[in-house]
Design a protein around this ligand. Structure first.
Ligand SMILES: C[S@@+](CC[C@H](N)C(=O)[O-])C[C@H]1O[C@@H](n2cnc3c(N)ncnc32)[C@H](O)[C@@H]1O
Length: 125
């Protein structure tokens, strides 16, 4: 796992943004002390038995508390500049943002890093 190489243990908090029913969130559970799934849809969260509904662009977590932020087949729906700003705020130094998708054929806008991030997406699509 990239996070092992980049940051090392302990893996405290993972935040799965746009978790839907929670099917991907559950896969993270064995590897972290705490895993929280968030989604904008109360109906999806009912399925996930989660207790918080929030947009990806306003995540209710403290600065610098998360080792990992994931978004599985979801980031194409987000206001990506605002979501990336939130992910950056949440993550610990050397924490990891994982965007998992069927396709990463999208532009990623984040200040001076927009060009490099979009290049990475296009390389792995
Ligand atoms: C294709 S589903 C993916 C669900 C889950 N990540 C998975 O892989 O099974 C996309 C999810 O994104 C959520 N979503 C869309 N826009 C959102 C936003 N701005 N903030 C939070 N969640 C959002 C939807 O409610 C939906 O549950």
């Amino acid at each position: 796992m990239l996070l092992s190489l980049q940051k090392g243990r302990p893996f405290d908090l993972a935040v799965d943004v746009g978790c839907g029913s929670g099917q991907g969130t559950l896969l993270l559970a064995p590897h972290f002390t705490q895993v929280i799934g968030t989604d904008i849809s109360p109906a999806q969260l009912e399925v996930a038995l989660a207790n918080s509904s929030c947009p990806a662009e306003e995540l209710p977590f403290a600065d610098g508390g998360a080792d990992l932020v994931t978004s599985m087949t979801t980031a194409h729906w987000f206001d990506r500049p605002r979501f990336l700003q939130e992910a950056d705020r949440l993550l610990k130094p050397r924490g990891c943002l994982a965007l998992i998708s069927y396709t990463l054929d999208m532009d990623v806008e984040y200040g001076q890093h927009s060009h490099s991030l979009t290049d990475i997406c296009h390389q792995v699509r």
